[in-house]
Ligand binder design. Structure first.
Ligand code: NAD
Length: 478
């Protein structure tokens, strides 16, 4: 009969927030138990999110780059795609990473328990094994718990149809087949990333987006860069459009679309990917018996030290609210461990980067121009179009832009936005600039290597001062 175990810290959920908290706490000398329903740590990000999607996006980029190479006189034949091999490659990456995490947990003596956790009170969890007969403790008594249970895809209203051809991101990433006609509902992160994958693999992709533009969370000028290229890859993009009905038929999913004209349109698809946001996994059984509070969207309320209203329980990552990003969870995990070990919480981050791994990538951090406008805050912006970047031209990808959002009084860089190939890597310099409160002058005077895309950051700062030699001379000197 499984027994009650006692630990100093139990972490519920072994995604980026949970495993990072468990490992960091163990490194600080705490006895740690990590509970997750999966056999291996990694959470959504490693098993069925960030990592597998990036593998598939890399494959997609190879396909589109090979196609584009014909513009420079290099021709390849039509690609042959072995889906089973592609799946196998993706799975190997996931197994390598999650296996590595398992070894790192063992090396730190973090007790990994595969089970479903429920709160049996503010200092005790009840654990149900996932596999019958598995030896797991039935109860874990703890001094501190960190809730890191993440989020799951939302399937609101008509999108809740139960049919194997209606996919969420997990099902789409399992890459069972390439549907000839794929409808993607939602033109945000997941819709555009997986739309890019399936478009490159050969699906005719239609995207419907409820708002008036793709990637509505990004500044409009950044969003336009991806919208233009995605527009070429996709069969159709319908903006200001929602799905009012999904009906499963023998020949496909019949979809009723409600567009800006107000008249409903019906179309049949082989598969439908629903990517309209995520909802928190805060329905952990027994949580209602503690003082942990949820906000109206179901996110766990936490303070700046990641404490909930129940003194023994902290929470990190997606379950605590937007942005639902692994790197935000990593950061919060450290803050939670600092809180438990009696250190002061660091000041809140000024810049949590967002990266959409489309082709090209779109990335931003700090204050966006749209946020500044919405808050009534006066900002200056400086933009460098990549058409003037030698490196972008050598990559045949001149469509990008690099943009700085600047405080006109102090000339501090408040935000950075980049749309273009490699934007996800380039934004790191923007994060440092915003976090360190660098000024446009700091960025303009730091020598960047030539010819690289990183120069576009310096050039944008030069443009702010009217001194970019690669742009037409400003009419009025700055
Ligand atoms: P999202 O919020 O990025 O995009 C959802 C989109 O769906 C929005 O543009 C929204 O306007 C639209 N929408 C909502 N309801 C709709 C409807 N009924 N019909 C048509 N359109 C509708 O959400 P997501 O793409 O599902 O991703 C969820 C979250 O996961 C993201 O917000 C992000 O935090 C995280 N994520 C991050 C990455 C990354 O970091 N690269 C990748 C994938 C997911």
């Amino acid at each position: 009969m499984a027994q009650t175990e006692t630990t100093e810290l139990v972490v519920v959920g072994a995604g980026p927030g949970g495993y990072a908290a468990a490992f960091d706490a163990a490194d600080r000398g705490l006895a740690v138990t990590l509970v997750d329903e999966s056999a291996r740590p990694g959470g959504v990000c490693l098993h069925r999110g960030c990592i597998p999607s990036k593998a598939l996006l890399h494959a997609a980029k190879v396909l589109t780059d090979a196609r584009d190479a014909s513009r420079w006189g290099i021709g390849f034949g039509p690609p042959s795609i072995d889906l089973a091999a592609l799946r196998g490659w993706k799975t190997k990456i996931v197994e390598r990473l999650t296996g590595g995490l398992g070894r790192l947990a063992a090396q730190r003596s973090v007790r990994y328990v595969q089970g479903r956790a429920a709160f049996a009170g503010p200092r005790e969890l009840a654990v149900t094994p996932i596999e019958s007969g598995a030896e797991v403790p039935s109860r874990i008594a703890f001094e501190h718990a960190i809730l890191a249970t993440g989020s799951r895809p939302a399937r609101p209203g008509p999108l809740a149809l139960e049919d194997a051809r209606v996919l969420d991101s997990t099902a789409a990433l399992s890459l069972e087949r390439v549907p000839p006609k794929l409808l993607v509902v939602g033109g945000g992160y997941i819709g555009l990333e997986l739309g890019t994958v399936y478009g490159a693999l050969g699906s005719a992709v239609t995207v419907v987006e409820a708002t008036s533009r793709l990637l509505p969370g990004a500044d409009a000028d950044l969003g336009r860069v991806i919208a233009r290229r995605f527009g070429h890859l996709a069969a159709a993009v319908h903006l200001d459009t929602t799905v009012t009905e999904l009906a499963a038929g023998p020949a496909g999913i019949d979809v009723t679309l409600d567009g800006p004209s107000g008249s409903a349109v019906a179309e049949r698809f082989d598969a439908v990917l629903v990517a309209v946001g995520r909802v928190p996994n805060s329905g952990v059984a027994g949580l209602e018996g503690t003082r942990v509070e949820l906000d109206p969207q179901g996110y766990v309320r936490v303070d700046e030290g990641q404490r909930t209203r129940e003194p023994s329980v902290l929470a990190v990552g997606d379950v605590t609210g937007e942005p639902l990003l692994a790197h935000k969870a990593f950061h919060e995990a450290r803050v939670a461990v600092d809180t438990i070990t009696g250190r002061d919480a660091p000041s809140p981050p000024r810049a949590i980067p967002a990266v959409v791994f489309t082709d090209p990538e779109v990335a931003w951090c700090g204050l966006t121009e749209a946020d500044a406008l919405a808050a009534g805050r006066a900002v200056a912006t400086a933009t460098f179009p990549w058409g003037a970047s030698g490196r972008a031209l050598t990559l045949d990808r001149p469509e990008g832009i690099t943009k700085l959002v600047i405080d006109p009084e102090t000339e501090r860089i408040l935000g950075v936005g980049i749309a273009g190939v490699g934007a996800g890597e380039l934004i790191a310099e923007g994060v440092l600039a915003v976090e360190q409160q660098a000024t446009a002058s700091d960025l303009a005077s730091a020598i960047h290597p030539h010819p690289t895309l990183s120069e576009t950051l310096t050039e944008a700062a030069d443009a702010f001062f009217g001194r970019s030699v690669h742009l037409p001379r400003p009419r009025r000197p700055a």
